[in-house]
Design a protein around this ligand. Structure first.
Ligand code: ADP
Ligand code: MG
Length: 357
């Protein structure tokens, strides 16, 4: 069992608040991804879990035991860093053995057995006698992961472990990490700034902005039901477009008034000023039929079998996605509408999602 609970965990560096009262529970065998822009406090949070950074306020529990102030060695946690942090003068084998021999009383035979086993899982059995400078980036990363595996810790912490790898290798290692997690039943907290990595790896994803937790949920839940405009625009490529509208009560419903269109809503959102949030696939360009508004195509871009078009609707810029055959020309004026069944509204004053459209 390995359950990690952060209760109001906060960090201040020299009195400057950096991580604000994070409440987060990572269940046994869960793959939790902590994602957010650079500088939002991901590494700081992970390092507090590892015990490499003091916790300024709040509590940290591992399997119910309070380890807020416990030394790193007492937490039964292993961490894999972006930089790999391998000893350059030691072979891959020694790198994996070193910590085990130093911090446990395992016999040489058991250490050897664990390393062979991890090496097999990670397909690095033939590399064990090489030193880091004789290994590629991907191979070094595997050795660093192997070093964590052989410790058989309760919890694995990863801090941007794939950031130094090229795109192809990154995709492959992502698949491998997913497999390891599943096959070995690992409990993982994984930090990345890459929302695609987060969405593909996490059983749940926690989104952090400026040291504050914004939303925690399964990837699809975050995509379909973002709690606020930060999450809405952070998750998804290209990002969700936001159109500023005023809301006017009308009958049982309301009217949504944009600078360039007016449309009726069946619901009555509890805000006077809102953002209508539409994803690229929810913007429909109608060549023949009339849409609810018109826009000027600023730019189109071909991406494989699809095209993206940046369209100016009054002062708002939206990005639409369509099959290449339906892509409009730059400079063209198009008629368009939105898939209101899937679009969502946010309170313009605080960015919070409004319950229904
Ligand atoms: N040791 C430190 N002393 C002072 N400020 C720090 C220290 N470490 C990180 N910070 C600051 O805390 C903020 C969060 O950093 P970090 O957790 O590394 O962000 P992330 O990993 O999300 O990119 C940043 O503004 C960073 O400059
Ligand atoms: Mg970091």
């Amino acid at each position: 069992m390995a359950e990690v609970v952060l209760q109001g965990v906060s960090k201040a560096y020299a009195g400057r608040p950096t991580v604000h009262a994070v409440d987060l529970t990572i269940a046994d065998k869960e793959f939790m991804v902590l994602v957010g822009p650079s500088g939002c406090g991901k590494s700081t949070t992970l390092r507090m879990v590892a015990g490499l950074e003091d916790i300024t306020a709040g509590r940290l529990l591992i399997d119910g035991a309070d380890v807020t102030h416990a030394a790193p060695q007492k937490r039964d946690i292993a961490m894999v860093f972006q930089s790999y942090a391998l000893y350059p003068h030691m072979t891959a084998f020694r790198n994996m053995a070193f910590g085990l021999l130093k911090t446990t009383d395992l016999g040489k035979a058991e250490v050897d057995r664990r390393i062979r086993e991890a090496a097999e899982i990670l397909h690095i059995g033939h590399l064990l006698e090489r030193k880091p400078n004789q290994l590629s980036g991907g191979e070094r990363q595997r050795v660093a992961i192997g070093r964590a595996l052989v410790r058989q810790p309760k919890v694995f912490l990863f801090d941007e472990p794939l950031s130094n790898l090229d795109a192809k290798l990154r995709t492959r290692m992502r698949g491998e990490l997913k497999r390891l997690h599943k096959e070995l039943g690992l409990t993982v907290i994984y930090v990345t700034h890459d929302q695609i990595e987060a969405m593909t790896l996490g059983t749940r994803v926690a989104i952090l902005s400026e040291g504050r937790l914004q939303q925690v949920g399964a990837p699809m839940e975050l995509y379909m039901h973002p709690a606020n405009t930060f999450v809405a625009t952070f998750i998804g490529t290209p990002e969700m477009s936001l159109l500023r509208c005023a809301v006017r009560p009308e009958g049982n419903g309301s009217l949504l008034q944009h600078e360039r269109f007016l449309t009726a809503l069946p619901a009555r959102p509890d805000a006077a000023e809102v953002f209508l949030g539409v994803r690229p696939e929810e913007i429909l360009i109608s060549q023949s039929a009339e849409g609810i508004t018109r826009g000027i195509v600023e730019r189109t871009e071909l991406i494989g079998s699809e095209a993206l078009a940046e369209i100016l609707i009054g002062r708002d810029r939206v990005v639409a996605r369509m099959p290449i055959s339906e892509a409009p020309e730059s400079g063209e004026e198009v008629s368009l509408t939105f898939d209101f069944g899937r679009a969502r509204l946010f309170d313009a004053t605080n960015g919070r999602a409004l319950t229904s459209i």
